[in-house]
Design a binder for this molecule. Structure first.
Ligand code: LLP
Length: 432
């Protein structure tokens, strides 16, 4: 659930009319609800309370420092994938000792920085990486805490570009090889075998793949526990959210359907996993990104033109695939609603951006209320992997980000000045 809803005919984020933000700060504009963000964290945290656990927010999904700070204030840990993300967490007031560092290609510099900051664990994804971490730790006269990321070979039935738990992809160490890897890693003097990690994919909307993966990995984990003093097991992230319909107040009927009853909730997730995890007597880490941030943010855009061709009604907006790439990249569905609701007829529309690519669209042939130049639309459920995957393609500045809390709204990131886009570039000397 989330805090975007119509009051009368105007879309609100908590107690703030979104249109007032669009007028004040311009568009494209990301707007986040602090209450939604923190409530999702707290619900998951509470559901997992029967086990000793730490929720490590996956920074890649939304790395705005205000979002990170709001979560750090609640005691969140962080799942990071680069030295840059670790610096961000620190700059946001988060604790390195609550950070786990994943990723298949950690550089020596990143490892050194993370070791100096004293992160909780490296989640290692290959043997050459373990050797590299050991080497850097030896040079720094430190002991590096590590976990191996086990690839359980479980299909999460999610989009091909975001599944990670099968042997077809580059992540983790194959299930059958893990014990051998721990045996060899235990001989590396500057490593401390602290835990085991898994992650099977993203936007998983059922509990079964999580349970299957856990059931497969637990016997392995128990064997490892007998040999090494492991302290934690990370079950990764991947909890899916509802993208369609995203606006509860606009789809009251849907919420009474069986589909609504099937949505993944923290209670269902914990209900299946906690009984399996409890007997381990380990600290349980979770690495959710989308579940916490996804429905906490929207992307607000303004209609520039409506263009009718013989076959199509194109609504051309000022946001584009550089602001939100998910529809172009993953065929993702984002619900699109007007900031001012009208109950008139719906017209089959393609909402598209101004970028010179056919894939620059937000929806195709979708029945939408009639809109005209200057009207505002919101793309919902854009809080995770929205701004975080934005780019400057077509020399388009990155959008501004606003955080709302109750009646308050403040700039969490200023709109990028155009000149900043090329500020690091040079016209090389021989061309002058
Ligand atoms: N842990 C690891 C090791 C991961 O690779 C990921 C996401 C997460 C945690 C967090 O997953 P989440 O809870 O957010 O599902 N850009 C794509 C999603 C890519 C996910 C990458 N890994 C999208 O927009 O759908």
């Amino acid at each position: 659930m989330h805090d975007f809803r119509y009051v009368g005919n105007r879309l609100f984020c908590e107690d703030v009319a979104v249109e007032s933000l669009a007028r004040k700060f311009g568009t494209p504009l990301y707007v986040y609800s602090q209450h939604t963000l923190t409530e999702h964290f707290q619900k998951l945290d509470a559901a997992m309370s029967p086990v000793n656990h730490l929720v490590c927010f996956s920074v890649k999904s939304n790395s705005n420092r205000s979002a990170l700070r709001a979560l750090a204030n609640l005691g969140s840990g962080f799942d990071i994938v680069s030295g840059g993300e670790l610096q961000r967490v620190i700059a946001a007031g988060g604790g390195p000792r609550r950070c786990v560092f994943a990723g298949v290609g950690k550089t020596e510099d990143e490892i050194e920085f993370a070791l100096r900051q004293g992160i909780y664990s490296f989640n290692a994804e290959s043997e050459p990486e373990l050797q590299r971490i050991n080497r850097v730790a030896a040079r720094l006269k430190k002991i590096a805490p590590i976990a191996v990321r086990v690839n359980p070979g479980v299909d999460a039935y999610t989009h091909a570009k975001i599944t990670t738990g099968t042997y077809e992809n580059k992540f983790g160490i194959q299930f059958e090889q893990v014990e051998g890897v721990y045996a060899r890693a235990s001989k590396l003097k500057n490593l401390r075998l602290r835990g085991l990690q898994m992650h099977i994919g993203s936007q998983i909307t059922e509990t079964t793949p999580f349970e299957q993966a856990a059931r497969k990995v637990l016997p392995l984990l128990k064997r490892l526990q007998e040999k090494y003093p492991l302290e934690f097991f990370s079950v990764g992230g991947g909890l899916g959210i509802v993208y369609k319909p995203a606006l509860a107040s606009g789809a009251a009927a849907w919420w009474k359907t069986s589909a609504a009853k099937n949505i993944l909730t923290p209670q269902k997730y914990a209900g299946r996993l906690v009984p399996l995890l409890q007997p381990l007597n380990l600290k349980i880490l979770l690495e959710p990104g989308r579940f916490i941030a996804g429905n906490a943010g929207i992307l607000v855009t303004r209609v520039e033109f409506v263009k009718k061709t013989g076959r199509k009604n194109f609504v051309i907006v000022d946001a584009a695939m550089n602001d939100l790439i998910r529809p172009a990249f993953y065929d993702a569905y984002h619900e699109i609603v007007p900031l001012t609701r009208n109950h008139g007829v719906r017209i089959s529309s393609d909402v598209v951006g101004p970028i010179c690519e056919s894939s620059d669209f937000f929806c195709k042939d979708r029945p939408l209320p009639k809109v005209g130049e200057g009207d505002y639309l919101a793309l919902l459920s854009a809080g995770a992997y929205g701004f975080a995957q934005a780019s400057n393609y077509n020399t388009r500045p990155r959008a501004a980000e606003i955080l709302v809390s109750g009646k308050r709204a403040a700039v969490a990131r200023e709109r990028q000045p155009v000149k900043e886009i090329w500020s690091g570039e040079k016209v090389v000397s021989w061309l002058k």
